[in-house]
Design a protein around this ligand. Structure first.
Ligand code: MSP
Length: 558
């Protein structure tokens, strides 16, 4: 059986339109999915939308819609953006899906039956926009410690998940599984919080009188469940009705016993083995809900914990948090329109190590396009194709691998290539390091051309030039493959320019040998010229500067 790889993004609130932060998390999950598919694994990549709760109810009311109608309209903002960003998700979950609602209710009932949930009188401070309770001592100058907005005092009866009893188990689990929460700084934050605070129980209900847009508690119809309880369960419920079906009969029997335990109707409940997830990718803002709430919920349900929760950093603009009120939200659609999808994907993961915060600026993006993409990569590909056409009418002699001469570039690229596939880089999501290593291969290939001087070999040693050209072709082939998870379109274009067929089909057929230097296609190779992959971008300022230098009397154009 193929190895399985299950990756998730947070499910995004439908009340907002997507911004660069949402795109960031989703592209990260896409990179992992594409890489693991190339490695021959069976991948399930899940994203979706979080559609219940006060925020959505309020946003819908403002538009004069009912919440579901509102969600049906807003969900397309995400679906369309994912298409545009070349996101290869296998499923899209909506928390208003019937099967999800049934799963949430099934799990709530199970916790209730097991005495993991209790009804209590409760008084506390409630932040309506964040939909969270706080204690008096949490408040900062009387306001919500998270968003700084005013809080309301609330007295009511509610249901509580007895989370506190799992505090020491969770500390132990995190200690015993060093990769459970990454990066390490985030793990230490969670451990610090758990060691220095008494973990309370979690209020998991809201009275219907105050909030009607939620999943009703199966054991008390006067309440709906807290939006985070509903939302976190998506990662699990999707494995039951959206993940690829399990055909293996031994799995089937394990599943039916699960189905009995759950005691709720799920006719398609045959993909239990997709749980646990390999990675939950989230932003640092929602680490507590995942690392603490979700982990303890799963423990109480006797379900295995995910293999990893990775909390990435935040993008700011001019050092400031993006917000509607500041009007500084970066729209990923506009960036794709202006610079192309692959340039954006590359920039986000090369500019800042995944896990740290970063500042988004179009100038930094343009710099990356001009240096890394246009100069280093684009020029290398077009120079190579031009030489192959000039010296050999586009033909590459792929039968030419022989020790000595051909191994030189291979050796130079080997270390970088090994790093691109280093297990630890992939398990720790060191995307920027992988990209640096791919650029080492590109740099080595550029140096190789400078050293070998093909234009001289064309006159002096045409046989040796054939070998040199084969080596460059092969280094570019490996570059294209390595780039594929990050920049799928560009990788495909290079692959085709190199005279190869469809990258994805070939990779499926050959993986993982296709990554080897010695891999050769079974057909003749003829390269083909195409447009430059990344034309340089000249900013208005640079254009004016250049004009001025060429003609000092010229006045700058607006
Ligand atoms: N619905 C919840 C998540 C439930 S998951 C079970 C939610 N949704 S959200 O729409 O607010 O999206 C939050 C996610 O967007 C963050 O976790 C993060 O992935 C991403 N980002 C939002 N703003 C961001 C930045 N400024 N920078 C980077 N990513 C950020 O929370």
């Amino acid at each position: 059986m193929k190895k399985r790889f299950y990756v998730t993004t947070p499910i995004y609130y439908v009340n907002d339109i997507p911004h660069i932060g949402h795109a960031y998390t989703t592209i990260a999950a896409d990179i992992l999915s594409r890489y693991n598919r190339l490695q021959g694994k069976e991948v399930f990549f899940l994203t979706g939308t979080d559609e219940h709760g006060q925020k959505v109810e309020k946003a819908a009311a403002e538009k004069g819609r009912n919440p579901k109608e509102h969600a049906d309209i807003m969900v397309d903002n995400f679906r369309n953006l994912w298409k545009r960003l070349n996101i290869s998700n296998d499923a899209f979950i909506r928390t208003t899906d019937d099967a999800h609602i049934k799963t949430v209710q099934g799990l709530l009932q199970m916790l209730w039956d097991r005495g993991e949930i209790e009804k209590r009188e409760y008084a506390g401070w409630y932040c309506t926009p964040d939909e969270r309770f706080w204690t008096e001592k949490d408040l900062v100058e009387g306001n919500c410690p998270d968003c700084g907005r005013p809080v309301d005092q609330i007295h009511e009866e509610n249901y509580f998940f007895l989370m506190s009893k799992y505090q020491s188990d969770l500390i132990k689990y995190i200690d015993d599984n060093p990769n459970y929460i990454l990066p390490e700084t985030r793990k230490n934050e969670v451990l610090g919080f758990l060691r220095n605070n008494v973990l309370g129980d979690l209020c998991i209900s809201r009275p219907k009188s105050r909030l009607s847009w939620g999943i009703p508690l199966p054991f008390d119809e006067n309440f709906v469940t807290y939006v985070w309880f509903d939302a976190l369960v998506n990662y699990y419920s999707a494995t039951k009705y959206l993940a690829p079906q399990q055909s293996d009969s031994s799995q089937q029997s394990a599943l039916s016993s699960q189905e009995e335990t759950f005691n709720f109707q799920l006719s398609t409940f045959n993909s239990y083995s997709w749980w646990p997830a390999t990675h939950h990718i989230i932003g640092k803002d929602i680490l507590t809900t995942h690392a603490v709430y979700w982990s303890t919920m799963l423990t109480a349900l006797n379900l295995p914990l995910p293999k990893n929760i990775f909390a990435h950093g935040w993008w700011t603009v001019h050092g400031k948090k993006m917000s509607k009120s500041l009007g500084n939200m970066v729209d990923p659609n506009a960036m794709v329109e202006k610079y192309g999808v692959d340039a954006l994907r590359y920039f986000l993961f090369r500019e800042v190590p995944f896990g740290l915060d970063g500042d988004f600026s179009e100038q930094a993006l343009i710099n990356r396009i001009n240096t890394d993409l246009a100069n280093d990569l684009g020029n290398l590909v077009s120079r190579f194709i031009a030489m192959a056409e000039k010296y050999f009418g586009g033909e590459i002699d792929i039968g030419r691998i022989d020790a000595g001469a051909s191994s030189e570039l291979e050796e130079q690229c080997a270390y970088a290539h090994m790093n691109v596939h280093r297990k630890e880089y992939w398990s720790h999501l060191h995307f920027s390091l992988m990209l640096e290593n791919i650029w080492d291969i590109i740099g080595e290939t550029n140096n190789y051309i400078a050293r070998k001087e093909p234009w001289k070999l064309a006159k002096e040693n045409i046989d040796y030039l054939k070998i040199v050209m084969f080596n460059i072709w092969n280094a570019l082939r490996i570059t294209a493959l390595s780039l594929y998870p990050f920049m799928p379109d560009t990788a495909g274009k290079i692959w085709r320019q190199l005279g190869l067929k469809s990258l994805v089909d070939e990779a499926k057929q050959y993986s993982p040998e296709i990554f080897e230097w010695d891999w050769k296609p079974s057909y003749e190779i003829k390269v083909s010229k195409a447009e430059h992959l990344f034309p340089r971008i000249e900013t208005k300022e640079a254009k004016n500067k250049r004009r001025k230098a060429q003609n000092p009397s010229d006045t700058p154009r607006p």
